[in-house]
Design a protein around this ligand. Structure first.
Ligand SMILES: Cc1cc2nc3c(=O)[nH]c(=O)nc-3n(C[C@H](O)[C@H](O)[C@H](O)COP(=O)(O)O)c2cc1C
Length: 342
């Protein structure tokens, strides 16, 4: 049984990765219903939170059915991070996660996210102060290192465990790699096999099918897997992997009815949580993912991304179901290309 503090996560948990502009409450709801064992919020800027910026405060919204859920924070200043840990703890999540993996310039070039991989003493100090600032378990998500010549994840894991983190998720790329190439899990396995490491180690990077999940579980011995891009538009990936790990068999691919239902639910919650206009606008990026691979979907996609009439949107989804009912797309998810934050 994998445990983080008192949180019991089962034998081999599947985690939904934190994803800026994606893993908000509407998206998390569809992932939770389809088997995600633990989830994280999008990253929350400590600078924004301390200034009470609306976007940062809104990211603290969590719901009972989402548990266990972690709020992820990032920042460059130790005191600000500690203060924000206290604020985030007040939102009553199950744990606090620190982001030491974000490669994008506006984060990493301001001394936050993956930049901390270049200053292990500061990273250790920041982590220690975050741990002290909350009664909740603290976890960390990071990368292998800053670049090819400075892959320091083995040292980082030991130092952070020593100051009290209770789990570590590792994305098998360096900051310099961004999302290029294939994630390398061999160093993740080394961290896991270090006899000094007692905390759960979750592997992350490029998992997009039940076979790959099983293969990587066996080859790299991690305690669980974190999935990001493959869940976008394909929340069924969690239950598909679970079923395959348990039985060696594939679940049937989601039907068109299930795809339309997931898109409807996502849209409905987006509208409810963000308000009509923003909810409809932000949902636009998701339609093509829910219907990936559907021939001639373009015509409907254009309708979905061009209107701001709520009724028309739901009607179009009904038409999609009528038009394509019975069509079965291949079951596998595919990692979507995103230049996204990290
Ligand atoms: C659109 C997008 C946004 C992301 N935002 C975050 C974030 O807020 N915090 C974080 O730790 N990682 C973030 N990531 C990185 C993912 O959590 C994950 O580490 C990465 O996508 C690799 O996993 P995957 O191959 O399963 O997608 C983001 C990735 C994407 C694609």
């Amino acid at each position: 049984m994998v445990k983080i503090g008192n949180i019991e996560l089962g034998e081999f948990p599947l985690l939904l990765a934190p994803m800026e502009d994606v893993s908000d409450p509407p998206f998390r709801q569809v992932c939770k219903e389809n088997g995600a064992d633990m989830m994280y919020t999008e990253f929350v800027s400590s600078e924004g939170l301390i200034r009470n910026a609306h976007k940062s405060v809104q990211k603290l919204d969590i719901f009972e059915y989402e548990r266990p859920i972690g709020i992820q924070l990032f920042g460059s200043d130790v005191d600000t991070m500690a203060e924000c840990t206290r604020i985030a703890t007040g939102a009553n999540p199950d744990l606090i996660d620190i982001n030491y993996g974000c490669p994008v310039k506006k984060v990493a070039c301001r001394g936050a996210g993956a930049a901390l991989l270049q200053d292990v003493p500061l990273m250790t100090k920041m982590t220690e102060e975050v741990v002290k600032a909350t009664h909740l378990p603290v976890t960390v998500k990071t990368r292998l290192g800053w670049d090819e010549s400075t892959k320091n994840i083995e040292e980082v894991a030991e130092r952070l465990q020593d100051v009290g983190i209770q789990a570590l998720s590792i994305h098998g790329r360096t900051r310099a790699q961004l999302y290029k190439g294939e994630a390398d899990w061999t160093l993740i396995a080394k961290v896991k096999n270090n006899p000094r490491i007692k905390i759960p180690i979750f592997g992350n990077g490029d998992i997009d099918s039940p076979e790959k999940a099983l293969d990587y579980k066996n080859r790299f011995g991690v305690d669980g897997i974190m999935i990001g891009r493959a869940a976008i538009g394909y929340p069924w990936i969690f239950n598909e992997i679970k079923h395959f790990l348990a039985t060696g068999e594939y679940l049937p691919a989601p039907t068109m009815e299930q795809r339309v239902a997931a898109a409807r639910q996502h849209l409905k919650f987006s509208i409810q949580w963000k308000g009509d206009t923003l909810g409809m606008l932000e949902m636009r990026r998701h339609y093509s993912n829910y219907f990936r691979g559907l021939p001639h979907f373009k015509e409907y996609r254009m309708k979905l991304v061009q209107t701001l009439d709520k009724d028309e949107l739901f009607e179009t989804l009904d038409i999609v179901l009528k038009e394509f009912d019975g069509v079965v797309l291949e079951s596998k998810a595919k990692v979507v290309e995103y230049g996204g934050a990290d």
